[in-house]
Design a protein around this ligand. Structure first.
Ligand code: CU
Length: 129
């Protein structure tokens, strides 16, 4: 004889999101967000519009609004303000999440430098232990 016992456990998951107060680290977090906005960018490369954000590269498929309100369209055109003149990213140009139009290679170099610094820092931290 088979007895099937179905026990329905209603697990009440209380997700307590611990909001750690960083205190002094808050400024660091701000700095990091700032740096991120400088590094994340949209670039025109090989006639295509790419989003390079948080280490990932994807093709731009929809309009993106940057931190300063600049809107970037998937065809590479952008508008710094609503109603402003439409401009278009040139080949080799990039616009950062801060809304700054710059040389794409320069941004990529900055990212590399930042990565190296981070790796150095991590290596130093590891040495301490
Ligand atoms: Cu890039």
């Amino acid at each position: 004889m088979k007895t099937l016992i179905k026990s329905l456990a209603f697990a009440c998951l209380s997700l307590s999101l611990v909001s750690t107060s960083f205190g002094a680290d808050e400024k660091d977090a701000e700095k990091m967000a700032e740096k991120k906005a400088e590094m994340n960018h949209i670039a025109m490369k090989d006639g295509k519009v790419w989003v390079m954000k948080d280490g990932q590269t994807t093709e731009l498929t929809e309009t993106v609004t940057l931190n300063d309100g600049t809107q970037v369209m998937k065809d590479g055109s952008y508008m710094e303000k609503a109603g402003a003149e439409k401009k278009t990213l040139k080949e080799g140009e990039a616009i950062t999440w801060k809304g700054k139009v710059t040389d794409h290679e320069k941004v990529m170099k900055d990212i590399e430098k930042h990565k190296e610094k981070k790796a150095e820092k991590a290596a130093k931290e590891a040495e301490k232990k």
